[in-house]
Design a protein around this ligand. Structure first.
Ligand SMILES: [Zn+2]
Length: 93
């Protein structure tokens, strides 16, 4: 999927439509003690059946998140693109 590098979008700080720069949101640092990570590690230790090499769930695509930066006030807004994609967003000029 392609997405424009620069676009007009609403900025709540300026309360108007202004030029925005688009950038793909990057993943934050993983927290090793977060509930989900502890749960995952417990699962890897064993107990409970799962056969190696067999997948029960087919992977679904992810929704992409884009960070929009206002050219006037430099504030950032995030925007989620509704459709799921398996490939990363491409930015077109
Ligand atoms: Zn602004």
């Amino acid at each position: 999927m392609k997405y424009p590098k620069e676009l007009m979008a609403y900025c709540p700080n300026c309360n108007a439509h202004t030029e925005h720069k688009a950038k793909l949101a990057s993943k934050g640092k993983a927290r090793p003690l977060a509930v989900g990570n502890r749960k995952h590690e417990r699962k890897l230790m064993g107990h409970g059946g799962k056969r190696a090499g067999e997948k029960s769930v087919k992977k679904q695509g992810k929704r992409q998140k884009v960070i929009l930066e206002c050219a006037q006030c430099r504030k950032k807004q995030e925007r989620v693109i509704g459709s799921r994609t398996k490939k990363k967003l491409e930015f077109s000029a």
